[in-house]
Ligand binder design. Structure first.
Ligand code: ATP
Ligand code: MG
Length: 219
């Protein structure tokens, strides 16, 4: 089964890496594909361009077997719809390979408003990262989408290409890219919130600070 973790990754940090690792262990994922989105149309500065976000992500994933950078959303014009990404992945991997989309509980709560929400579970399973002890609140529109798809057994996911939803308890790290950008802008250190190699690259390139931004090339 292939895990899919989409995001802005602006920049990637230990919150992302830890949720990917714990999902891989809990669900027995063969790999986790990290999918940085393309340029969001209305995003405010400071932030890094898509190519730079992907290059930093590649640095973070290097040396972790089974963590893979997937660039397919980077060059897409307009919004990166999860539906389109899943269709593209299905073209590459076929209809039978189990996929599992990894989302936070808050993102999952908004699922009914996603583009073609009703079609997503035909393309993938969804694993929702849950805080230890948290009881998920499922509002009626989400309950309608879910039907009887919820399971507590990871084996139900491996047994089919798509269609099940599972809650997975993961260690909560209160780290956000927003807070990391803010620290960098203020000249405070985000060390130990993210891999040192990513921070080194950010400093060398003068990213997220007052320095002019240059694109990184992939390592
Ligand atoms: P920003 O602050 O810019 O919104 P972010 O830190 O939330 O950035 P995203 O790129 O938006 O990072 O997140 C990508 C995915 O990773 C989302 O599904 C998000 O829920 C999840 N995620 C982000 N931070 C954490 C964290 N600390 N722990 C677990 N999951 C996280
Ligand atoms: Mg976010």
């Amino acid at each position: 089964m292939i895990g899919l973790l989409g995001g802005t990754f602006d920049p990637i940090h230990y919150g992302h890496l830890r949720v990917a690792l714990e999902m891989r262990e809990a669900l027995g994922l063969d790999e986790v594909r990290f999918l940085p989105c393309g340029e969001p149309p209305h995003r405010g500065r400071p932030g890094a361009d898509a190519k730079t976000r992907a290059a930093l992500t590649a640095i973070a994933l290097a040396g972790e077997p089974g963590f893979v950078l997937d660039r397919r959303e980077l060059t897409r014009d307009g919004p990166s719809y999860t539906y389109d990404t899943l269709r593209s992945l299905r073209e590459e991997y076929g209809e039978q390979r189990p996929f599992c989309l990894i989302v936070g509980a808050d993102a999952f709560a908004g699922l009914p408003s996603w583009h073609r929400a009703g079609d997503l579970l035909g393309l993938t399973h969804i694993a929702v990262a849950r805080r230890p002890g948290e009881t998920p609140v499922i509002a009626p529109p989400l309950a309608a989408l879910l039907g009887d798809r919820l399971t507590e057994n990871p084996a139900d996911l491996s047994a089919a290409p798509a269609g099940r939803v599972i809650w997975v308890e993961v260690t909560q790290l209160a780290i956000s890219a927003t807070a990391i950008r803010e620290r960098l802008r203020q000249g405070r250190s985000p060390r130990f919130l993210m891999p040192d190699a990513v921070l080194d690259a950010i400093r060398k390139q003068g990213l997220y600070g007052r320095e002019p931004q240059r694109a990184l090339t992939d390592p």
